[in-house]
Ligand binder design. Structure first.
Ligand SMILES: *Cc1c(COP(=O)(O)O)cnc(C)c1O
Length: 418
């Protein structure tokens, strides 16, 4: 992994005069470059589009940039539908891939004319009742024992998502009887997967199912949605996915299964979130206290409330210390926040240059599932989000929370007569 924080030490010092730490900062030109790289790699695919998984970085300014890069939005809640609409992403450029979905969310997705991707066979009737049958529908297939698990998302057989194979085939029959005319097929079985073969296999499984659906029901599938789950290299040893290799692998399966069976053109779309923005976001924080007990601790002004991944999955996030990167990394620290939880650590026994209170640290690869997973436990306030634009200017795209925000749902006045 090549770490690519875009600001020099002096630019960062200048920025922190204007914007208090901690904050997440994203780089627009890197995100645009990466989106173009993805589109280029899959340009042979009929109607290729990545529906950006909004949950990875649910900020409408980022969604607007991604829309300009030709992306749609993959939404799974009412809030995410609202964000997509605010960013100007509407109609079939929204994929609504939710599970255990409430009625009002189906109604909202129906109103936006989003493509609705159903997670269960029983949702066909439910959708019909609460939003009416759409013209186009997709089903989420769970391959069960056909596919191996993956650390974050788990074994498909144990996963709550999707329909079984026989249910999937039956679901198209039912939907067609109810007047649906256009059909998609979806699966999502990986998360942060860096093995190219895994992604090629996912496409093959879907293509085979498209053939089976066509043979058994006569229904012609218009698109397959390969889901998201493309990994990014968090650690120094990990390597970026080879998109050309995935693309070629999928193309040969497409030619063999889809084109050869007269089922083309079949549109191929994806729902990647992490790989689109993950490597192009950073959490900038400052060392608050150093503490030397059985181990050495560097306490930051950020906490797990700003970045859950290390505490939640033991995930590695690279840490650099601007202005000290050239010094020997001969001090071993646990880098912590201030929550009353001992998993509130950004790194455990990490070798770093000697730290002092006030030092700035950059935590890398926080552009997906970073700020988004933030929470308010222990009265922690979520940080601001900044965007470095293509002209090098930096704008705030979300302000930091205040105590007032934090207490907005409490009415202290009522304590008087309580
Ligand atoms: C989370 C999710 C995605 C995106 O996953 P990434 O790992 O960010 O690529 C896509 N589709 C669905 C249905 C999801 O739940």
């Amino acid at each position: 992994m090549q770490y690519n924080f875009p600001l020099s030490h002096s630019q960062l010092l200048e920025l922190t005069q204007k914007h208090a730490t901690p904050f997440h900062i994203y780089d627009e030109s890197m995100i645009r470059g990466n989106a173009a790289r993805l589109n280029r790699a899959f340009s042979w695919m009929p109607g290729f589009m990545n529906y950006f998984a909004v949950k990875a970085l649910p900020n409408p300014f980022i969604l607007r940039i991604l829309k300009e890069c030709g992306m749609g939005a993959d939404c799974s809640s009412l809030a995410e539908l609202v964000l997509a609409e605010k960013a100007g992403i509407t109609g079939e450029n929204i994929m609504f891939s939710s599970n255990n979905t409430p009625a009002e969310e189906f109604a909202a997705a129906g109103k936006l004319a989003a493509i609705i991707n159903l997670d269960d066979i029983s949702h066909i009737d439910f959708l019909e009742q609460v939003a009416g049958m759409p013209e186009i529908i997709s089903f989420r297939y769970n391959p069960g024992p056909l596919k191996d698990g993956n650390v974050i998302i788990g074994n498909p057989e144990e996963a709550k998502y999707g329909l079984t194979r026989s249910q999937t085939i039956e679901a198209y029959r039912i939907a067609a009887e109810k007047g649906v005319r256009r059909f998609g097929l979806h699966t999502m079985v990986a998360s942060n997967e860096l093995n190219e073969e895994y992604h090629i296999e996912t496409a093959r499984i879907l293509f085979e199912l498209v053939v089976e659906i066509s043979q058994k029901t006569g229904i012609r599938i218009e698109f397959v949605d390969l889901g998201g789950g493309y990994g990014v290299p968090y650690s120094p040893e990990a390597e970026e996915l080879d998109l050309a290799k995935i693309s070629q692998g999928i193309k040969s399966e497409y030619d063999r299964l889809i084109a050869a069976n007269g089922l083309s053109p079949l549109r191929i779309v994806m729902e990647n979130g992490r790989m689109i923005t993950g490597p192009y976001g950073w959490l900038v924080a400052r060392v608050r206290h150093l503490k030397h007990i059985y181990r050495d601790y560097a306490g930051l002004d950020a906490s797990m409330a700003n970045l859950m991944r290390p505490g939640m999955y033991g995930a590695y996030h690279h840490i650099t210390v601007p202005g000290k990167d050239h010094l020997p990394h001969d001090h071993k620290y646990d880098v912590t926040g201030s929550l009353c939880e001992n998993n509130d650590k950004f790194a455990v026994e990490r070798m770093l240059p000697e730290l002092e209170p006030g030092d700035l640290v950059v935590i890398h690869t926080t552009g997906a599932h970073g700020h988004a997973m933030g929470f308010n436990y222990n009265g922690q306030l979520r940080s601001s989000e900044l965007l470095r634009r293509c002209d090098d200017s930096v704008v705030e795209i979300r302000r930091a929370e205040t105590l007032e925000d934090h207490f907005a749902t409490l009415d202290f006045a009522r304590l008087k007569n309580f």
